[in-house]
Design a protein around this ligand. Structure first.
Ligand code: NBP
Length: 477
């Protein structure tokens, strides 16, 4: 065979990615379990010059060796089924890339199995939706590093470009790429939650959807410049044809989700990495989609109605912009910290600066801020983004505005789980002493769990039910 790359899965993502490969001059083979879909793609895009096959065997034969195959199928059992269908026809050294939204432990499992069989398996997170797949997504490939030499240059050609640099780089071994894509999605959840909270605050201060659309459009010209802020102004400006109302007023307020945000939070819990702002975003979606809970609470609970009284509306809007920027920085800090710890835990040695760098274009969270974040990580070995001097200085500048917004929202009864959680994280991690000392006292009281002292080494226990004297504990729990 002579095709340079093969794409399996001709749904939205796969067909667009295949067209992307073809448009960059790669001879591209395509395959789909159900042949009718392949025929549709062939008929709709004769310009792509696809090499199409009806059977897996023919498809595999149409590829040059070592073969490069990228799967864009539904994550889960479909991925295993596709691998099982391909394997009997492949040769050692062939490369299979899973471009789906796969849960990274699945990628670790598959990579282990396939490498034992002599194949190269790459789990590649892809972000950017349909348009990204066609015009250039952000790509996060993980797997055996030496195989990246055979597939990386091709992926880098079809990936989004930022200032001439591809938004694709080798992330690390086995599940590292899918892990980073998962965290990308977690940050995306947080970004969207913060935007929603900002909109609620603007509404509370009396802005109409159209006025809010103008505010977001204006914010998009400054340091909040990002894809999600840009499309927020478009969604808010949309007028419903049926009712003449803003579309946002006729959409049911129950957010859907597909799991990647939840996985991010599960992983932050597993690794003990505080990522509460991201978790709040996932919980807020869950709360929105809990009609029984909301109905019961609406009937029972009293409180202010969300109206925000401001002496100076423009000043308040400016405060909300600063609060949004701060919250966003916190979510990025939490997500990148999670990546850093996971990298150590799973032996991936991930370059955090590179992750931020390949998110600058193509993906859903692309934002001006990411260029700065990537430079900050590249400049120094940061434990947290928040310690980067330019970031901490700006958080200090915006601090009063952020606190005013959280206070005003609380007084007015506007729910801001994201903004307030982000602020609490800021105060928690910068605190010289935390209430964990009391927690340790309580744990020692009810469970003899022991504690350490600030003034001397060792582990101690107070004899709470005896004379309350302190003893040195031999065995710590
Ligand atoms: P879907 O996630 O809807 O998957 C449809 C494809 O999976 C079809 O090609 C289908 O073949 C194939 N498939 C299924 Br379903 N079960 C199969 C099986 N047992 N064996 C072989 N093939 C099977 O497509 P998508 O929305 O294009 O997404 C593709 C991947 O990209 C997913 O993992 C998704 O999470 C990920 N992703 C999507 C986006 C996005 O914006 N949509 C963004 C980033 C990543 P058939 O035609 O024969 O049923």
């Amino acid at each position: 065979g002579s095709a340079q790359i093969g794409v399996v899965g001709m749904a939205v993502m796969g067909s667009n990615l295949a067209r992307n490969f073809a448009s960059k001059g790669f001879k591209t083979a395509i395959f789909n379990r159900t042949y009718a879909k392949t025929e549709d793609v062939l008929a709709a895009h004769p310009e792509a010059g696809f090499v199409a096959s009806e059977s897996v065997e023919e498809f595999v034969d149409s590829l040059e060796k070592p073969r490069r195959i990228i799967m864009m199928v539904k994550a889960g059992p479909a991925t295993d089924a596709t691998i099982d269908a391909l394997l009997p026809h492949l040769d050692q050294g062939d490369i299979i890339v899973d471009g789906g939204n796969t849960y990274f432990p699945d990628t670790r499992r598959r990579e282990k199995k396939l490498s034992e069989l002599g194949f190269n398996f790459i789990g590649c997170g892809i972000s950017g939706g349909e348009t990204g797949a066609l015009l250039g997504p952000s790509m996060m490939p993980g797997g055996p590093k030496d195989s990246y030499a055979h597939i990386g240059p091709i992926l880098e050609k079809v990936a989004a470009q930022y200032d001439g640099e591809p938004c694709c780089t080798w992330i690390g071994p086995d599940g590292a790429g899918h892990f980073v894509k998962m965290v990308h999605n977690g940050i995306e959840y947080a970004d969207m939650q913060f935007i929603g909270e900002a909109y609620d605050l603007l509404k509370g201060a009396g802005l109409s959807a159209t006025e809010a659309a103008d505010v977001f459009a204006q914010w998009n010209t400054g340091d909040l410049d990002s894809y999600l802020i840009e499309i927020t102004s478009e969604v808010l400006r949309q007028v419903d044809a049926r009712t003449g109302k803003p579309l946002v007023d006729v959409v049911v307020d129950a957010a859907g989700m597909k799991g990647t945000g939840t996985w991010t939070v599960m992983e932050s819990l597993n690794l003990g990495v505080p990522a509460a702002a991201i978790a709040e975003a996932v919980f807020a979606r869950a709360a929105s989609s809990s009609p029984e809970l909301r109905a019961a609470a609406q009937a029972a609970l009293q409180g202010p109605d969300g109206t925000i009284n401001t002496d100076d509306r423009d000043a308040f809007v400016a405060d909300v912009r600063q609060a949004l920027w701060c919250a966003k920085v916190i979510a990025y800090a939490q997500g990148l910290h999670l990546i850093k710890v996971a990298g150590q835990q799973y032996g991936w040695d991930i370059d955090v600066a590179a992750c931020a760098r390949i998110w600058r274009a193509g993906c859903i969270i692309r934002a001006k801020l990411l260029d700065r974040i990537s430079n900050e990580y590249a400049a120094g070995n940061l434990e947290t983004l928040l310690e980067a001097p330019s970031i901490s200085a700006e958080l200090a500048n915006c601090n009063d505005a952020w606190r005013r917004v959280v206070a005003k929202a609380s007084e007015a009864g506007v729910p801001i789980p994201g903004f307030s959680s982000a602020l609490s994280y800021y105060d928690l991690v910068r605190a010289k002493r935390t209430n964990a000392a009391l927690t340790q006292g309580l744990r020692d009281f009810f469970g003899s769990h022991t504690y350490r002292r600030v003034d001397t080494d060792g582990t101690f226990h107070t004899q709470w039910s005896g004379d309350r004297s302190e003893v040195e504990a031999v065995d710590s729990h």
